[in-house]
Design a binder for this molecule. Structure first.
Ligand code: G3P
Length: 224
């Protein structure tokens, strides 16, 4: 299970984090994680899973799995394939790849059967409460309107973080809770921890940064 507090980078499908760039970012995060002793993980595109996982530096997650079993599902992402490619876990239900509740449940069950860690994204407190009943390992609350923006959820909507933490802990205290959307620096990370979260899920703040190492070190500093 991912050690928390943690910084989880979802590299999405940006050019700056595709293919060899994903590999470079994984390598860089591995270096910073080991130097700072801060727990970090990266979620890469399915095509990049194998090579990033082969580095063996930080936990590599898939960005998505589908609620399917081996067989005839052309173009879908089979949980077994993600596992064989070296992923230790997977995001489920990211705002940019939403699933219906029943499929979230199936994905979590399929992932658990395979020993894959589960990080389920939610868009508000109500969805977080519903997802908590499925017992994912981690849940990340991200208001969709703040994703990719300049203002961190911890500043723009701290209530969604603290209320999610409170509501989810009441339902299922074993679920680790991250927050994300607009997170950019160490201050945002420490605010997330202050609000009760176990870390952050972020993307553009690192992927689009000119100096990724500087940003990652600043984020890591926010954990303490
Ligand atoms: O999965 C993380 C994400 O949706 C947040 O994106 O660019 O606002 O950090 P960003």
């Amino acid at each position: 299970m991912l050690k928390t507090p943690a910084i989880v980078l979802n590299v999405k499908t940006y050019t700056e984090s595709t293919g060899t760039n994903a590999l470079e970012l994984t390598r860089l995060m591995g270096k910073i994680a080991s130097e700072t002793n801060v727990s970090m993980a990266i979620a890469v595109q399915a095509c990049d899973l194998s090579r990033c996982a082969e580095l063996g530096s930080i936990p590599v997650y898939a960005q998505h799995i589908d609620p399917i079993k081996p067989g005839s599902s052309t173009g879908w992402t089979l949980p077994e394939a993600v596992k064989q490619a070296g992923a230790v876990g997977t995001l489920i239900n990211h705002s940019e790849h939403r699933l219906i509740l029943a499929d979230i449940d199936t994905c979590i069950l399929r992932a658990k059967d395979l020993g894959l860690e589960t990080l389920v994204c939610t868009n508000n407190v109500a969805t977080s409460k519903a997802v908590a009943t499925f017992s994912p390992g981690l849940l990340a609350v991200e208001p969709p309107e703040l994703i990719g923006g300049d203002i961190s959820v911890t500043t723009a909507d701290p209530g969604i973080v603290s209320n999610t933490v409170q509501a989810v802990r009441k339902i299922n205290s074993s679920v680790k809770i991250l927050c994300g959307a607009g997170v950019k620096n160490g201050k945002d990370v420490s605010k997330a921890i202050e609000l009760g979260a176990d870390g952050v899920l972020l993307a553009s703040g690192v992927v689009k940064a000119k100096n990724k190492e500087e940003v990652l070190r600043d984020l890591a500093a926010g954990i303490f």
